[in-house]
Structure formats: structure tokens, C-alpha cells
Ligand binder design. Structure first.
Ligand code: GLU
Length: 289
């Protein structure tokens, strides 16, 4: 079993996107969050459905069904990110007033071409970083393109934002104190062209709004926390603790993803597995062996 929380009253959350059925990796993450909250704490469920094109009500229903079947419960009402676009917009405007974000008109193709042209392209954990093309636009060009209604994302001006708040740290219960290195993510997108927010902005605002004081999630999002810590400082939000857990892998050592249908909780259930068996498969046996 993972470490027990240091204080009695943790508020944790499991925050899946309803874009497919939950699999064993999700079960691990949900059980990890619920266990971290403990009997005295609060375990919340949040539906991360900003990507309206990929999310579907049937998957949201599947999340509720699978988690309840696993034996989890959570307070109502459940927060849906799709109902929070106004709050995300307010935060974005605040960052705009602070002159920390800029509109980015680039298409993926243009970004790829710009990176290919460059002698050296800095890489982050998710690939090459945005080369800063639209950061360098003149005020006149920026204004004209906005006035013309050209589609645009909003990016954080990372160098300016970091300089504004100075050095930051954050604490992971597994890995200890971390020096925040948001520059690893470059000029991150805070609002997409098709969605008026991004994962990073929405999750940071929601964790604060929901009083989450222990953010648990998979180690694949460890680097995202550097940026979330910076956003908290810029937007004067409370700073939680984090605990990034290892990812479950399949028999061949590959990360579980939604395409692993055989490991979908619904499938395991249909195959006659009990909740207790599935909890054990997800790394949480009812009685430690
Ligand atoms: N919605 C994210 C996912 O499904 C998790 C976000 C988080 O826990 O911060 O991977």
C-alpha cells in the first residue's frame, strides 16, 4: 500500500475524461485517490469534459457505474468542467490583463514547419516546444488578426510569467520537494482554438475551487505540475500537495490505455470478475498479502 496521508483530513479527487470506458489504470488511480483521502477525508469525482468533441454522456454514465461497482462513493453534485467555462475565461482575462498570455494563430502544420526550419528545437516532456512565433508578432499585426476574427489559442509567455513570480517549489509525497521547472513546457496553451480553456488551466482552477489539498494522479502528469504550480502563483491560488503514482502496465510492460479493451472494468465485470478481484488487479487488494 502506498504511503498514508500525513494529516487526517485530505480532500482528493479522481478526474477522468469521459472519452472511453475506464480500464484498470483508471481503477488504480481512483482507488489511490480514495485511499489517500482515507475514512476521515473527502474523495471527489470530477468529470473532465472540456473536449466536447471527444466526450460523450454514455462514457460519463459508464464512469459512475464502474466506480460505484468498484465500491467507491463520492459527494454530489459532481463537478463537470464543461459547466465551468465562464470561470476559466475569467482567469484567462486576468492573465491577459497581467500581460502574461498572447494569442497564437499558428496551425499545427505551421508549428511543425517552423520547428523543422530551426537549427535546434528545445524539447519538453511532450515533444518539441512551441517556437514562439506568435510571441514575436507586432502589436499591430496581433490586433489586426484578432480584429479579423482569426482563430487563435492563448499561450502563456513563460519567460515573463516565471520572472513575475520568481522561484517556486512544490511537494510530492512520493518524490519529495521539487524545484518548479515550468519552462520544461514552454509557452503552454492555456486556451485552445476549439475550447476556451486547456487541461492545465482548468485543472488548476478546479483543484483550487474544490478545495483539493492533495492532488493524486499518474506519474505521466508529473511534469504538468511544474506549470500548475506557476499558474497557482500567478493567480494567487492555494497550493496543495501532490502524489503522483506509478502507472499500471500490462503483462508486456506497456502502459494501459483506453485501447486495452480487454482490461476495461466493464469487460472484466462482464467476464464475471468480482469488485474485490478487480480492485486487487488494480493494485489494491482488500487485505494486503
Ligand atoms: N483528466 C486527466 C486524465 O484523464 C487527469 C487529470 C488530473 O488528474 O490532473 O488523464
Amino acid at each position: 500500500m502506498s504511503q498514508t496521508p500525513e494529516t487526517a483530513f485530505e480532500t482528493t479527487r479522481f478526474a477522468p475524461s469521459p472519452s472511453g470506458r475506464l480500464h484498470l489504470g483508471h481503477a488504480h488511480s481512483a482507488l489511490f485517490a480514495a485511499r489517500a483521502a482515507g475514512p476521515q477525508g473527502t474523495f471527489l469525482l470530477r468529470i473532465e469534459d472540456i473536449d466536447l468533441a471527444r466526450c460523450a454522456p454514455k462514457y460519463e454514465a459508464g464512469i459512475f457505474e464502474d466506480l460505484a461497482w468498484l465500491g467507491l462513493s463520492w459527494p454530489q453534485p459532481v463537478l463537470r468542467q464543461s459547466e465551468r467555462f465562464a470561470a476559466y475565461g475569467d482567469a484567462l482575462r486576468r492573465l491577459e490583463e497581467m500581460e502574461l498570455v498572447y494569442p497564437c494563430f499558428c496551425t499545427r502544420k505551421e508549428i511543425a514547419a517552423e520547428i523543422a526550419r530551426a537549427d535546434s528545437a528545445p524539447h519538453g516532456p511532450d515533444g518539441p516546444l512551441y517556437p514562439g512565433t506568435c510571441r514575436r508578432l507586432s502589436e499591430a499585426e496581433r490586433g489586426a488578426r484578432l480584429a479579423a476574427g482569426e482563430a487563435h489559442a492563448w499561450r502563456l509567455d513563460m519567460a515573463v510569467a516565471r520572472a513575475r513570480v520568481g522561484p517556486l517549489e512544490w511537494h510530492d509525497r512520493g518524490k519529495g520537494w521539487q524545484r518548479a521547472r515550468p519552462e520544461l513546457l514552454g509557452d503552454a496553451v492555456l486556451a485552445r482554438k476549439d475550447v476556451p480553456t486547456s487541461y492545465h488551466l482548468a485543472v488548476t482552477l478546479d483543484d483550487a475551487a474544490q478545495g483539493i489539498n492533495l492532488v493524486t494522479r499518474g506519474a505521466d502528469l508529473f511534469h504538468a505540475t511544474h506549470l500548475h504550480r506557476l499558474l497557482q502563483a500567478l493567480l494567487e491560488l492555494p497550493v496543495p500537495e501532490w502524489h503522483h503514482h506509478d502507472l499500471l502496465t500490462d503483462a508486456r510492460g506497456q502502459r494501459l490505455a483506453k485501447r486495452h479493451d480487454a482490461l476495461a472494468i466493464a469487460r472484466l465485470r462482464a467476464d464475471g470478475r468480482s469488485p474485490s478481484e478487480v480492485r486487487a488487479l488494480a493494485g489494491f487488494p482488500d487485505r494486503p498479502v
